[in-house]
Design a protein around this ligand. Structure first.
Ligand code: FES
Length: 567
């Protein structure tokens, strides 16, 4: 039997030294699953399934994947689902961030190694969408990103609760003695009550919006709640579209470009999106050789207003954004600032998409017009200076502007364990005007850059009514958190960056206006401390931990592995 065109099951044959035998054997084994010859002759659409019992956000995937399959079959393809690594945000230790690159490698290799002509990537929880887009960009097989969709908020004692800004709000009240043990136990069962990703503009929702803005997810699909019937219709449409992409291929590398990445940055800023997204977008862009320059981020931030009024910085939930018009409403407002020629998985440019949607209804309480924004400037800024020569990030839209221009005394915690041990010590020498500094929580710290940058306000200050302080670290922060928090300081402390050299009592100057963060020490003192510095972690000897430690890059390179970025 001669080998047929390299499509569907005949693609990428297992090597037995006889291609015809390989195809015969593959068909034979596929037939053991009950497929007819007619089905096996169709183009194959892989469905990358990231569900797991350790991932609450993806618990509706069986039904969603059925919808994708329906769409693939209706369009003439053969859908074949396959499992990949799943990253359930709160179930992984030390942090899901350590495993994002592992999942990206898994997705890339399985998309490339298995016989599929296109793939639908089904993901949602924080790291899963970045990992899927990184993997798909490297494999460069036509791909459609299908998002899990957000959870619904829950009505609880007269207010709406949703993970996870309200999780943090109640926990802060509990720490401050305003909610008792029974109260916090009652709230615990009402924060996350449906399938789907966190209900606010956290990292998962931000990445969903960016997937649509990049053109990798279908128009209008990012904000559909997980439990809404429209989510299933988006699944069906994603399956159909994947089959069409087999006939007229558009590859991720044609969609993820310098200009579409800049569009995504605009959207990130306009939605007041998560600080984590800048790391993930940098990693995704790096897979196709596109660089995000933090100085350019500041220029774009200064010319992009905040338009969306969602928690953690505003008042609404993702389901409200969907009802208000979704990401399309934001894109239409940003139209004068966007590169409209960018291609999407639909085969249409962004400009063509927005032309179809002209005049669509928008709830202006949730998505403001460009002429009347919530804030004139974007949510994120990059800071540079002697404390962060390669940059740091501040989410100004989630911070107290009264703390933006000031100098403070450093109160240093040299690790997460040190922070946990001392932050609530009544004897801790700290005032509300001090700058809390956390060292050794970056990519190479042994903690793998956890979302620990939201340092808790010391209990004695929280009980006295202090709600925000300047907090500085090389860690990340949950997209659902808020405060005057300087993150992603680079180079990190564990790599010997200046952050490692800060001591209690040093003075630090923060100027958001000048985009500066400086450690106010003379050069000779810095050099002396640098000479005495010793790496805080013993490198792991084996396994993925070793691969991670040997190859993870700093935040400004998206914390990708050096060997996975495109040269
Ligand atoms: Fe999955 Fe928040 S825990 S998105």
């Amino acid at each position: 039997m001669a080998q047929e065109k390299s499509q569907g099951l005949s693609k990428g044959l297992t090597n037995y030294g006889d291609p015809a035998f390989s195809l015969y054997l593959r068909r034979s084994f596929a037939k053991s699953m009950g497929y007819s010859a007619e089905m096996l002759a169709r183009p194959v659409v892989g469905i990358a399934d990231s569900r797991s019992g350790f991932n609450n956000c993806h618990r509706h995937f069986p039904e969603l994947i059925e919808a994708v399959k329906r769409g693939v079959i209706a369009a003439g393809g053969l859908p074949i689902e396959f499992p990949t690594t799943s990253l359930g945000e709160v179930f992984l230790s030390p942090t899901s961030m350590m495993f994002r690159n592992l999942m990206a490698m898994d997705v890339e290799e399985m998309v490339r190694a298995q016989p599929m002509d296109a793939v639908v990537l089904v993901g949602g929880c924080d790291k899963t969408v970045p990992a899927q887009l990184m993997g798909a960009a490297s494999a460069d097989v036509p791909a459609v990103q299908l998002l899990a969709g957000p959870m619904m908020p829950t009505s609880y004692r007269g207010e709406r609760l949703g993970a996870c800004t309200d999780c943090r709000r109640f926990w802060a009240m509990y720490r401050a003695g305003k909610v008792d043990a029974q109260g916090i136990a009652d709230v615990e069962g009402n924060l996350a009550t449906t399938a789907g990703t966190c209900a606010v503009m956290g990292t998962a929702s931000t990445m969903a919006a960016l997937a649509e803005a990049l053109g990798m997810a279908l128009p209008g699909s990012a904000a559909i709640p997980a439990v809404h019937a429209d989510r299933l219709r988006a699944g069906e449409a994603s399956g159909r579209r994947a089959v069409e992409l087999v006939k007229n291929p558009i590859r991720p590398s044609q969609i993820i470009t310098q200009r579409s990445v800049e569009n995504a940055v605009r959207v990130l800023l306009a939605i007041g999106g998560s600080t984590n997204a800048i790391i993930h977008l940098t990693a995704i862009a790096g897979r196709v050789g596109v660089k995000i320059d933090l100085n350019r981020l500041n220029e774009v931030s200064d010319s992009t207003p905040v338009l969306v009024d969602l928690k953690p910085t505003g008042q609404f939930y993702m389901s409200d954004l969907y009802a208000a018009g979704g990401v399309g409403a934001v894109l239409r407002e940003l139209k004068p600032l966007l590169h409209l020629e960018c291609m999407s998985v639909t085969g249409e440019t962004l400009g063509q998409r927005l032309a179809h949607e002209e005049g669509a209804w928008v709830d202006r309480a949730v998505v403001r017009p460009l002429s009347d924004p919530l804030a004139k400037e974007g949510g994120l800024v990059a800071l540079f200076g002697s404390l962060a020569p390669n940059g740091a990030i501040l989410k100004r839209s989630a911070a107290d502007a009264n703390l933006f221009e000031r100098e403070g005394r450093a109160v240093v915690f040299n690790s997460l364990d040190d922070l946990a041990a001392r932050v609530d010590d009544p004897a801790l020498d700290i005032t509300a005007d001090d700058f809390m500094v956390l060292q050794n929580a970056g990519p190479k710290s042994g903690y793998a850059m956890p979302e620990a940058g939201y340092l808790p306000i010391p209990q004695k200050l929280a009980r006295a009514g202090v709600k925000d302080m300047v907090r500085i670290s090389d860690a990340r922060m949950s997209g659902t958190a808020y405060g005057t928090i300087v993150l992603h300081v680079s180079p990190e402390a564990a790599a010997g960056g200046p952050l490692a050299l800060v001591r209690n009592g040093d003075r630090i100057r923060l100027s958001v206006k000048q985009r500066k963060i400086d450690l106010l020490l003379p050069e000779n003192e810095l050099s002396k401390r640098k000479a005495a510095w010793k790496p805080p972690v013993t490198p792991p000897a084996r396994g993925y931990a070793k691969l991670y430690m040997d190859h993870v890059l700093q935040a400004e390179h998206g914390c990708d592995f050096d060997f996975l970025r495109k040269a």
